[in-house]
Write a protein that binds this ligand. Structure first.
Ligand code: GLU
Length: 475
């Protein structure tokens, strides 16, 4: 069996987002599961639509996610041709001329205005999907002083069949398709033509892409047929939709669209990889947390979903929190510290042990990195808010208990977590309070907040002096 070769072929018209990452990732898993090659090719023939920096940014974000190509413009293999379409214009031209020689393509001199006029005429006659009227094929004109497009001569009334990995047998009738341009008058090949030449040159065995490309597939089949080349296996993935069932886009409400946004907010590459692998694909059990290595092992192309998958931000966050939990303490601290807003929480004057202990308090509850900033104010300049004041009203006669607590804290010899725990217990015994009755007022008095991690640990890290100031602020 030939080595599997799959590719992700973005047009650099934008940055890496959930949709194209899913395509890249499924190609990657498919290739790696079968010990094949994963290739990154840049389809940049639509020069006006290319966005500056998009190629580098897509590449870097893919690397960050661990979707590393075996071949790309950065590490090309010479026997497969160029990895950027803009470097292959001559190759496409040569192939287009070959089709002219074989009478399978022809020069079309029609101007945009002529084409538009004819289209309108057809629409007026009630033809819903106007096609090129073949004027230049029928007239057989040849005038190389005029600009021309090269059009492919679509075989008449022919059925093209593919056996799509997701959809099974799909048939297309060539009568639905008019003669299409393969090389524009500016010498640039169109997508449907260049993609076939490239997939052939690169010996691509499987084409995995979004379902929006399925209508292009018959055109590509025709080109394969014209050259007598074997088609790759096609696999058209179903849509990813948002919670309103619309195609996921940058306008989708709850979800962030671009990978860089997740990266900036403190999502882990392993978590994004994990979650995106479950969009339009599923394992054969209920497990939800998978490493890249596990996914490569269990990947099965028969398990692509046949219906759209909904992007679920809650699930994405949950998966990220699971990956944060799985990190070693050392890695976690290194990761999370870079998300601390140091203009609000100045860590410079704090010692490393204190910083690490504070950050580690939240390892089990963070969904993403930036969330750390919602927790740190109790260690800096937290102010009592209205809601907490309201909560405090539930508890009567706190004065005596709290001045006892303050005195005990003041007199404590060794301000350790253990001793603080004992002290809270003693306070509870003395004033016959336990559970919420004890812990909530103590938490509010000592930390000025009704929420927070383990109380004794928190009091210890806030520090004796600040805790006393907090308690005394209630006088
Ligand atoms: N350049 C195309 C895109 O960005 C890829 C099409 C294909 O995979 O064949 O959608």
């Amino acid at each position: 069996m030939n080595k599997f070769r799959l590719r992700y072929a973005p047009s650099p018209t934008g940055f890496l987002h959930i949709g194209n990452t899913r395509t890249a990732l499924m190609n990657y898993l498919f290739a790696k599961h079968y010990d094949g090659d994963f290739i990154l090719r840049i389809e940049d023939t639509d020069i006006e639509r290319n966005v500056n920096g998009a190629i580098e940014s897509q590449f870097d974000n893919m690397e960050w996610l661990g979707i590393t190509p075996d071949e790309s413009f950065r590490n090309p293999k010479s026997n497969y041709g160029k990895y950027m379409q803009s470097e292959k214009f001559d190759v496409y031209k040569e192939y287009a001329n070959k089709l002219i020689e074989k009478n399978m393509a022809y020069k079309c001199y029609c101007t945009a205005e002529e084409l538009e006029k004819d289209r309108e005429l057809q629409l007026a006659k009630g033809i819903l999907a106007p096609q090129y009227n073949r004027k230049c094929l029928l007239n057989k004109i040849e005038d190389n002083s005029k600009p021309f497009n090269i059009r492919f001569k679509v075989p008449e009334n022919k059925i093209y069949k593919i056996n799509d990995v997701v959809r099974g047998n799909v048939e297309f009738n060539s009568k639905e398709i008019g003669d299409f341009v393969i090389l524009k008058s500016n010498g640039i090949a169109t997508y449907n033509f260049a993609v076939v030449i490239d997939d052939y040159d690169m010996q691509i065995t499987h084409v995995v892409r979004g379902e929006e490309h399925i209508s292009n597939t018959p055109r590509q089949c025709m080109i394969y047929e014209a050259f007598g080349w074997k088609e790759p296996t096609f696999c058209h993935l179903t849509l990813i939709v948002d919670e309103t069932k619309k195609k996921l886009s940058k306008r989708s409400g709850n979800a962030m669209f671009f990978i860089s946004q997740y990266r900036d907010q403190g999502y882990l590459p392993q978590a994004i990889f994990n979650y995106i692998s479950l969009l339009g694909w599923s394992p054969n059990n209920e497990q939800e947390i998978f490493s890249k290595e596990e996914l490569i092992k269990i990947f099965d192309e028969k398990r692509f979903s046949k219906s759209p998958s909904t992007f679920d931000m809650v699930k994405m966050k949950w998966i990220n929190s699971q990956w944060i939990k799985k990190m070693s303490e050392e890695d976690y601290v290194k990761f999370i510290i870079s998300f601390v807003d140091q203009t609000k929480f100045n860590l410079k004057e704090k010692n490393e042990l204190w910083i690490n202990s504070v950050l580690l308090l939240f390892k089990k509850e963070l969904e993403y990195g930036l969330q750390i900033n919602e927790h740190l104010d109790i260690f800096f300049d937290k102010q009592l808010d209205i809601k907490t004041k309201e909560t405090l009203k539930e508890f009567a006669n706190l004065k005596e208990m709290m001045s006892f607590l303050a005195k005990e804290i003041e007199n404590i010899k060794d301000f350790t977590e253990e001793n603080i725990k004992i002290l809270i217990k003693e306070t509870g015994n003395r004033f016959e309070k336990k559970g919420r009755e004890l812990f909530m007022p103590v938490r509010i008095y000592t930390t000025l907040s009704e929420h927070g991690p383990e109380l004794a640990k928190t009091i210890n890290l806030i520090g004796k002096e600040k805790v006393l100031t907090n308690i005394n602020s209630f006088k």
